[in-house]
Design a protein around this ligand. Structure first.
Ligand code: SAM
Ligand code: SF4
Length: 323
C-alpha cells in the first residue's frame, strides 16, 4: 500500500531476537538487558503478522536481529514465511559466525538471499571491533555460502579506509556484491563516527582504473553501485546520511518486542504484540492487525532526521530494532 507521501511500502524487516553472539562496539558493545522470551513474538505470531502484512502489499521480508541465527530453528520461521501468499522474497542478515552450521538448513528452507556483515579482515581489529575471535568462522561462512546458489551480499559499515580497501580487494574474484554502509547515529552508533561516503567513494574509485558507476536496472534499493573492471560483483554504497534515500523508502520494521516501526529514526509506530495477544478470535485479530499495519505505514515520515540528532526519538539499540 502507499504511505502518506505516495511511496509503496512493500518491504518488512523483522528482528527475531535482540540477542547476539558478538559485541560490535557501535551496536551492542556490552552485555545489555535483553528482552525476556515471553515478550518476544513467537514464530507463529510473526507469521500471522506477515500474513496480514502480505494482504496489504508487503512482498519482501528480511529476517534480522540481534543475530537471527542464535534463535533456535530460525530456518523453520523462514519456511513458514516462504509459504505466505504474496510474499515473494525472504532474506536474512547475519554476522556469519553460525553460517557454516546453518547454510544447508537455510537453503532447504528456501532462503532467497543472505547478507553477511563484516567490517574488517584484520584479525586483531575484528577482535577489537566485535569483542570476539570469530573472523575465521565468518570467512568460512562466506566460503560455504558462495558454494551454494543463494545470492550473497557482503555488508560493511564504513569505519576505516584501510579496512575498506582490503575488503574491496577481498571480493575481486567472488560472485557477490560488497556494500558499504554509512554509520548511523542510532543506539550506540551515536558514540562513533564512521567515514563519510563522500570521501570513501572517491578514495576507493580513484584506486581502480575504469571503475564506473552502474545505475542500470537495479530498482529503488538504497545502494548506489559501481563496477570495477575484472570484478565479478559490484561495489555498492548505502549512504543514509550523505545521500538519503527517504524519497524511495519502502520499508517498515517489526522490532523484537512486536512493535511495528514506521522509520528507523523515530519511535513512532504501532504495538502489534498487544493486538496479537488480546484474545480476539482470529478473523477479528487479522482485521485489527491490518489496521495497525496500515496506521504504521501511513505515519511514515517524509524523511529521517539523522543530521539533527536531537530530533531522533528512537532510543532502542539497533539490535532490538533490527538493523
Ligand atoms: N547481527 C546481524 C548482523 O550483524 O548482520 C544482523 C543485525 S545487525 C544490527 C544488521 C546490520 O546493521 C549489520 O550490518 C550492522 O553492521 C549494521 N549496523 C548496526 N548498527 C549500525 C549503525 N549504527 N549504523 C549503520 N549500520 C549499523
Ligand atoms: Fe550483533 Fe549484528 Fe549488532 Fe554486531 S551488528 S552486535 S553482530 S547485532
Amino acid at each position: 500500500m502507499l504511505d502518506g507521501y505516495g511511496r509503496e511500502a512493500d518491504y518488512l524487516r523483522i528482528s527475531v531476537t535482540d540477542k547476539c553472539n558478538l559485541r560490535c562496539r557501535y551496536c551492542m558493545p556490552v552485555d545489555i538487558e535483553t528482552v525476556p522470551m515471553s515478550e518476544i513474538l513467537t514464530f507463529e505470531e510473526v507469521a500471522e503478522t506477515v500474513r496480514a502484512a502480505a494482504s496489504l502489499g508487503i512482498k519482501k521480508v528480511r529476517i534480522t536481529g540481534g543475530e537471527p541465527l542464535v534463535r533456535r530453528n530460525v530456518n523453520g520461521l523462514i519456511k513458514m514465511l516462504k509459504a505466505v501468499e504474496g510474499i515473494e522474497q525472504v532474506t536474512l542478515t547475519t554476522n556469519g559466525v553460525l553460517l557454516p552450521e546453518y547454510i544447508d538448513k537455510l537453503k532447504e528452507a528456501g532462503i532467497d538471499g543472505i547478507n553477511i556483515s563484516l567490517d574488517t579482515l584484520d584479525k586483531e581489529k575484528y577482535k577489537e571491533l566485535t569483542g570476539s575471535d570469530e573472523l575465521d568462522r565468518v570467512l568460512g561462512g562466506i566460503k560455504t555460502a558462495l558454494k551454494t546458489d543463494i545470492p550473497i551480499k557482503l555488508n560493511a559499515v564504513s569505519l576505516d579506509l584501510e579496512d575498506a580497501f582490503s575488503l574491496v580487494e577481498f571480493v575481486k574474484d567472488k560472485a557477490l556484491d560488497l556494500r558499504f554502509i554509512e554509520l548511523m547515529p542510532i543506539g550506540y552508533g551515536r558514540d562513533h563516527r564512521g567515514i563519510p561516503h563522500s570521501i570513501l567513494i572517491t578514495s576507493i574509485m580513484d584506486r581502480y582504473d575504469g571503475a564506473e558507476s552502474d545505475d542500470t536496472g537495479y530498482g529503488n534499493g538504497p545502494a548506489v553501485y559501481y563496477r570495477i573492471p575484472g570484478y565479478k560483483g559490484r561495489i555498492g554504497f548505502i549512504s543514509a546520511l550523505s545521500r538519503p534515500f527517504c524519497d524511495n523508502c519502502n520499508r517498515i520494521r517489526l522490532t523484537t518486542k512486536g512493535y511495528l516501526k514506521s522509520c528507523l529514526c523515530y519511535d513512532t509506530g504501532v504495538d502489534l504484540k498487544g493486538i496479537l495477544r488480546n484474545g480476539l478470535p482470529e478473523d477479528a485479530r487479522k482485521e485489527k492487525l491490518c489496521s495497525g499495519i496500515k496506521e504504521a505505514i501511513l505515519c511514515k515520515p517524509k524523511s529521517h532526521c539523522f543530521i539533527s540528532e536531537d530530533n531522533i526519538s528512537e532510543k532502542d539499540p539497533m539490535s532490538r530494532i533490527g538493523g
